[in-house]
Design a protein around this ligand. Structure first.
Ligand code: URA
Length: 186
C-alpha cells in the first residue's frame, strides 16, 4: 500500500469529524482493488459492517456479492466504499452534516482508485455524490458523466431485498455498467 493510501486510512481510522465516531465499533473505510476500474458506493455501514470493519458484509452485502459474481467479477476486482465510514445509530440515514464531513474521504478514494465507472447504490449515495435530489426510481439507469468518470445510479441492495421486483432493473443497470467499461477500456 502506498503512502497516500496509508495516510488516508490512518485519517479515516482516527476520524472524529462528526458524532458518528462516538457510537461506532469499527470504522469501515472500504475495500477491494485499489486500482479498480469499477467502484460501488453505498450509504454507510450497518451492524455487521460496524462489527467487522468491512463494507457490505451483511445481508445486502451478500446480495451485492451475487450481483458482482453475475457480472463475471469478484469482490476483489472492484472497490467498495460508502458515503459515511461509521455506522449511523439504528441504521438511520446519515444526516447531511455527517455525509459532508465524510465526503472528503470518498473524494480522496476516487482520486486514488481512479475508477472509470462508479455504481451509486441507492438514494443516499446518489444524493451526496452527485448533489442531485431526484428519487432513485427516476435517476436509476441514467448515466451521469463528470470529468471522464461515469456514474450509474441504481437501487440499493437492501431495497432489492425488500422488493425483489426491482431486481430486474438493477440488473439492467449493472449490465450497462459492465458494457460501459468494455466501451471505455476495450
Ligand atoms: N449498506 C450500505 O450502504 N453499506 C454497507 O456497507 C452495508 C450496508
Amino acid at each position: 500500500m502506498n503512502a497516500s493510501w496509508q495516510g488516508l486510512l490512518e485519517s479515516i481510522g482516527e476520524c472524529r469529524r462528526c458524532r458518528l465516531c462516538e457510537t461506532r465499533t469499527h470504522v469501515v473505510p472500504g475495500e477491494g482493488d485499489p486500482n479498480a476500474r469499477l467502484m460501488f458506493i453505498g450509504e454507510g455501514p450497518g451492524r455487521d459492517e460496524d462489527q467487522q470493519g468491512r463494507p457490505f458484509v451483511g445481508a445486502s452485502g451478500q446480495l451485492l456479492d451475487r450481483m458482482i459474481h453475475a457480472l463475471g467479477m469478484e469482490r476483489t476486482d472492484v472497490y467498495i466504499a460508502n458515503v459515511v465510514k461509521c455506522r449511523p445509530p439504528m441504521n438511520r440515514n446519515p444526516e447531511p452534516d455527517e455525509a459532508e464531513a465524510c465526503m472528503d474521504y470518498l473524494r480522496q478514494q476516487f482520486v486514488l482508485v481512479r475508477p472509470r465507472v462508479i455504481v451509486l447504490l441507492g438514494k443516499v449515495a446518489y444524493r451526496y455524490v452527485l448533489k442531485q435530489d431526484a428519487p432513485i426510481s427516476a435517476a436509476r439507469g441514467q448515466w451521469v458523466e463528470r470529468k471522464g468518470v461515469w456514474f450509474m445510479p441504481t437501487y440499493h441492495p437492501s431495497a432489492l431485498l425488500r422488493d425483489p421486483s426491482k431486481k430486474r432493473e438493477a440488473w439492467e443497470d449493472l449490465k450497462a455498467a459492465r458494457q460501459k467499461l468494455v466501451e471505455l477500456e476495450g
